[in-house]
Design a protein around this ligand. Structure first.
Ligand code: ZN
Length: 154
């Protein structure tokens, strides 16, 4: 018998004896197992599901480097390396992924862009034109002051 096996056996015996008591709740057992694991170390990882750490999400290897995945006009799919104005539809259609599943898969931040910057700029300026959001009519007029002095017609 190895040392870790005997630790596990001891742990199992303690937990079994404790669980047999009438006044013990499931929460008591969970906290006991947690304390015992601290005492015995990770070898005593016995009852499965109790205090088991969540497995780290498996991170996929990107098809292209993440730092190259966003250009002004395109965002590149890290699954297949193809470039798009927006990834959402491609991810769903080609890879069966939601945006959040895609982010999780490659460990991307919540604000990692999945839409090309030029595309979202166009949408924003369109929204301003049709009057959504903060909008000041006076700012929409062409500014004479922006025209270089020598081009002005006097
Ligand atoms: Zn793809």
């Amino acid at each position: 018998m190895t040392q870790s096996e005997s630790k596990t056996d001891v742990l199992a015996a303690i937990v079994a004896a404790y669980a047999a008591r009438q006044d013990v709740t499931a929460d008591d057992i969970v906290s006991l197992v947690g304390k015992l694991r601290q005492e015995f170390g990770d070898a005593a990882s016995a009852p499965a599901g109790l205090n088991a750490p969540a497995p780290a999400p498996r991170r996929a290897t990107p098809a292209i480097p993440v730092e190259n995945a966003v250009t002004h006009d395109k965002v590149y799919c890290l699954c297949c390396g193809k470039g798009f104005k927006m990834l959402k539809r491609h991810l769903g259609a080609e890879h069966g992924l939601t945006e959040s599943a895609y982010r999780a898969m490659f460990g991307l931040a919540e604000d990692f862009p999945l839409v090309a910057p030029s595309y979202s700029e166009r949408k924003a300026s369109y929204a301003r034109r049709v009057g959504f959001g903060k909008y000041d009519r006076r700012e929409a007029r062409p500014e004479r002051a922006d025209v270089p002095e020598k081009l002005k017609i006097s």
